[in-house]
Design a protein around this ligand. Structure first.
Ligand code: NI
Length: 164
């Protein structure tokens, strides 16, 4: 399983809902989780391995989690600025302002529905990963000036000049 980089159009697609909660899904989630740890990530969304499905895995330090078909029900009004990176945009880090918490409805690996409030580090990770399912990358939130500064580095990733 290989992480794809910015420049690959799959990262910009709107992913499709997961419909089958079967052994194939379980195997995919296992492999996605393994890839996240191997690449030293704290979250990895299916589109980042070229699979346009609405699911992601993450680990905020309390163990691996899988979130399937998430919906954001509510967001905190307080916003916080935290530095983010992304396995699909290697070597680039920038501060992004987002709500401090979100309440999500999602399905687990068995297809059961849950509602959960994610705050702190987990709140940040799930918002970043959720965006991947809608083709949004964290650099989309940066100011034009900040983006211009990062442009040469971004272009070299897009042209495939940056090794993993
Ligand atoms: Ni990412």
């Amino acid at each position: 399983m290989q992480v794809i980089y910015i420049g690959n159009p799959i990262l910009r697609e709107i992913s499709k809902p997961v419909e089958s909660f079967d052994s194939e899904l379980r195997r995919f989630v296992e492999e996605l989780t393994r890839t996240m740890y191997e690449d030293d990530g704290v979250g990895l969304a299916a589109p980042q391995v070229a699979v346009s499905k609405r699911l992601f895995v993450f680990d905020d330090g309390s163990g691996p989690r899988v979130i399937i078909n998430p919906e954001i029900l509510e967001k905190g009004t307080e916003k916080v600025s935290i530095e983010e990176g992304c396995l699909s945009i290697p070597g680039i880090y920038a501060n992004v302002i987002r709500p401090s918490w979100v309440k999500m409805r999602f399905q687990d690996i068995k297809g059961e529905t849950h509602e959960e409030l994610f705050e702190g580090y987990a709140g940040r990770i799930v918002q970043h990963e959720y965006d991947h399912l809608d083709g949004i990358l964290f650099i989309d939130y940066l100011s034009p000036a900040k983006k211009a500064l990062l442009r040469p580095k971004l272009n070299s990733i897009i042209k495939g000049k940056v090794a993993k």
